[in-house]
Each structure stands twice: as structure tokens, then as C-alpha cells.
Design a protein around this ligand. Structure first.
Ligand code: HSE
Length: 423
């Protein structure tokens, strides 16, 4: 049997998982592993330290390597390293969502020119197979909607806030202690990680290039224990949702933000660090893919899966797998958040005066907003009242105008939160 010779760039959680899983596949031979620190002790039995280098260019310029596995992350120097590999005719397997979301277009063009392929099953939802199904068996479909939980850290934090009634800060601290959240959690909690994954997923689902800078993004740092409590009372749970949909006029609405998700919705049942992707298309209808979105072994499952697809294909032919080439040349027409339509949750602190609920109703009405639920939660010690409004489907710009109008009134002390709702 022909062997596939690979070099691994990055030897952290995912790289180590890939190394371990590859021990069961003698047809794939690891030639070199690029690490930051070659002197660091590795917790792997009988590990051959001679495999290590601290120069990734030793891998991408090595004529004896067929495939480069990149599991280091970031765009710099990953972009230069991978373009060098591609120009040296090496196929790429990567888990690097940020690089694909920001520089995918250039990388795929370079790969096309050099007749090599880039596989990236691990980049979107760790161990969940989603890229290959969309590119292969679902290719008869027109996919028109994705609604997904693509970040385990935030889902873990929101689950703990709901189940244990913790504040955001306490839940984050626990997530950090358990190793779910990083010391600097910004990438996860501000929604960057989910945005990169959604950009990659939307590009292949909708067949158009997605401009990451036009994806509306909001993280979970503004979610308060009170929001979780009110959501629960109204029959919802709060989740960080990655949403992509093709509108009737062909425009594309892509965004990442927290949402109140109705308890009966399948995504409301996805707890802790689990990821889940709901995809709707014609003719297949609705599909749900759920599983581990991160972690050493689940992510290695996707990386090694890509490698084996490549290995099997290269044995038969030296041509790349046609379905795995990215061919989207056109950019999508992405709409602004102000032009989207949603149901909304508005949390308001108001003075405890007669007519305040009437005032809120009047301002909503003046801005074309139909209220479906309004709830006042008692009176605070400072004679203010917490009022929660759920609206029917309304235009985001109308809602933003209504909030501005409310704040002009002395009676409305604060808009505590504005969240979108998914039923
Ligand atoms: N940090 C990610 C998460 C996993 O929390 O889901 C890697 O993308």
C-alpha cells in the first residue's frame, strides 16, 4: 500500500489527538511535527522527539511530505506557511477557522492554481461531520437556512447560568477552571470563534463568498442573570446562535448573537459544551447535526477523516477530489442587521409611575412594533420597575428607533437588554 507522508504544524490539544489517532493508521506516516518549544516534555508514551522541529518551513519545504496538517491556528504566520506549502504542491488539512474565514478566498485560489486541495472538516464544529456532508451527499440541495450553536465555551457558560442561576462572571470563572474557556476568553465570549465558523459554513452552504466584516456579531458578555430568569419564566432559554439564511430576494442574512430560544426548539436542548447545527434545504428538509464541537479526540476524528479521504483518493488518482475544491467566485449580497426582521426581548427599567406601560406601548406602536407579551416584575426598592417586552416580528431599525424614543422619556431609566427571539 502507498503511504501518505504528512507533517503536522501545531502540537497542542488537537495536534496531540491527531498524533495519537494516527498510530492506528500505518498508511499515514508522520514525517515531522512543528512546535513552538522543542524542549517541552510531551505526555506521550515512546514519543520520538526527533520528529519535532521549531521551524514549520522545514515541513512545508520538505519534498518528502505530501500533506500538511495545520492545527496551530491564527492567521499570521499560518497564511504564509500554508501558501508556501500549497506552492510546493502539498495538500492541506486544517482546523484553522480564523484563517479560512479571513483568507479562505486567497488560499483556495492558490490551491486551485497549484492543483492541490484544502480539507477543513475540523474547522467548523470539531468532531461533527458537516463540511463533507454539505459538499458531497447534500450537493443536490439548495440550502436556505443554518441555525447553529457553534461555540462550546459560551454554551457551557449559558447552560450553567441557567441551571445554577450563576452570574456571567461566576460561570466564566468556572469554565476557565475546567479548561473550557481560555485565560483571555474574548475569542469565544465575544462571538469571534462562532463568526469564523459561520463564515466558513455559510460560504459552502449558500455557494457564495461571505465577507466576515459584514457579519453582525454580538457576544454573551451583556447577558445578565435577570435575563436568563425572565427568559425562563417566558418559556425560553438563552443561547449564542449563529444564523445564516437566504432571503426571498436572494440576499443573505448572516449573524452571530445571543437569542432567546423557545424551550421546545431542538437548539434549546443542546447543553454544556455541545455544538449543534440545524440546516434546512430543498429537497432534504430539516437536518440536525449534534456532537462535540471541540476537544482533542473529536477534533482528531475530523482531521484524520479528511486525511483518509485524501489518502484513498490519492491512491487511485493523483488528481484532487473534485467536490472538495472551493469554486465560489461571487460575493454574497449580505444585509445589514438594521434590515433584518426578528421577534425581540426588551428588558427595561422604568420609573414606577402610572402610564409607563402605556407609554412603552405607544412608542412601540409609533415605530410599527406589535407587542406580544409585556411583563412587569414587581417594584424595586428605588421605586423603579423592571418591565420585559416580547414583540412580534419587527424590523431591527424600527426597534432601535423605539429604544431611542423610550430613552427620551424621563420615565424610562434604562434599556437593560435587547435580545432577539427564536421560536
Ligand atoms: N473555543 C471553541 C469552543 C472550540 O469553545 O467551542 C474551538 O473552536
Amino acid at each position: 500500500m502507498k503511504t501518505l507522508k504528512v507533517g503536522i504544524i501545531g502540537f497542542g490539544t488537537v495536534g496531540t489527538g491527531v498524533y495519537k489517532v494516527l498510530q492506528s493508521f500505518p498508511e499515514i506516516k508522520i514525517q515531522k511535527i512543528a512546535v513552538k518549544n522543542i524542549n517541552k516534555k510531551r505526555n506521550i508514551e515512546n514519543f520520538n522527539y526527533e520528529l519535532l522541529t521549531d521551524n514549520p518551513y522545514e515541513i512545508v519545504n520538505n519534498p518528502d511530505i505530501d500533506v500538511v496538517i495545520e492545527v496551530a491556528g491564527g492567521t499570521d504566520p499560518a497564511f504564509d506557511i500554508l501558501t508556501t506549502a500549497i506552492k510546493n504542491k502539498k495538500h492541506i488539512v486544517t482546523a484553522n477557522k480564523e484563517l479560512l474565514a479571513k483568507k479562505g478566498s486567497e488560499l483556495f485560489q492558490c490551491a486551485k492554481e497549484n492543483n492541490v486541495i484544502i480539507l477543513y472538516e475540523a474547522a467548523v464544529a470539531g468532531g461533527i461531520p458537516i463540511i463533507m456532508p454539505i459538499k458531497t451527499i447534500l450537493c443536490a440541495n439548495k440550502i436556505h437556512k443554518i441555525a447553529a450553536i457553534l461555540n462550546g465555551t459560551t454554551n457551557y457558560i449559558l447552560t450553567k447560568m441557567a441551571e445554577k442561576e450563576l452570574s456571567y462572571e461566576t460561570a466564566l470563572k468556572q469554565a476557565q477552571e475546567l479548561g473550557y474557556a481560555e485565560t483571555d476568553p474574548t475569542g469565544d465570549v465575544e462571538g469571534f470563534d462562532a463568526t469564523y465558523k459561520l463564515a466558513v459554513l455559510s460560504t459552502i452552504s449558500f455557494g457564495k463568498k461571505i465577507d466576515i466584516n459584514k457579519i453582525y456579531r454580538e457576544g454573551i458578555t451583556k447577558i445578565k442573570a435577570n435575563d436568563i430568569k425572565s427568559a425562563k419564566e417566558l418559556g425560553y432559554t438563552i443561547k449564542l446562535i449563529a444564523l445564516g439564511q437566504v432571503l426571498e430576494n436572494g440576499e443573505i442574512d448572516v449573524r452571530v448573537h445571543p437569542m432567546l430560544v423557545a424551550k421546545k426548539h431542538l437548539l434549546a436542548k443542546v447543553k454544556n459544551a455541545t455544538n449543534s447545527i440545524m440546516l434546512s434545504g430543498y429537497p432534504v428538509g430539516d437536518l440536525v447535526f449534534t456532537g462535540a464541537g471541540a476537544g482533542s479526540e473529536p477534533t482528531a476524528s475530523s482531521v484524520v477523516g479528511d486525511l483518509l479521504v485524501l489518502a484513498s483518493d490519492l491512491e487511485v488518482t493523483n488528481n484532487p477530489i473534485p467536490l472538495a475544491i472551493c469554486r465560489h467566485d461571487e460575493y454574497a449580497e449580505q444585509i445589514n442587521i438594521g434590515d433584518t426582521y426578528n421577534e425581540y426581548y426588551i428588558a427595561i427599567t422604568a420609573g414606577n409611575h402610572p402610564g409607563v406601560i402605556g407609554l412603552i406601548g405607544t412608542i412601540c406602536g409609533q415605530n410599527n412594533i406589535n407587542i406580544s407579551t409585556i411583563m412587569q416584575k414587581g417594584i424595586n426598592e428605588d421605586n423603579t420597575a423592571e418591565i420585559v417586552v416580547i414583540t412580534e416580528k419587527s424590523k431591527e431599525s424600527d426597534v432601535q428607533n423605539a429604544l431611542k424614543d423610550m430613552l427620551k422619556s424621563e420615565s424610562i431609566k434604562n434599556i437593560d437588554n435587547l435580545l432577539r427571539v427564536m421560536n
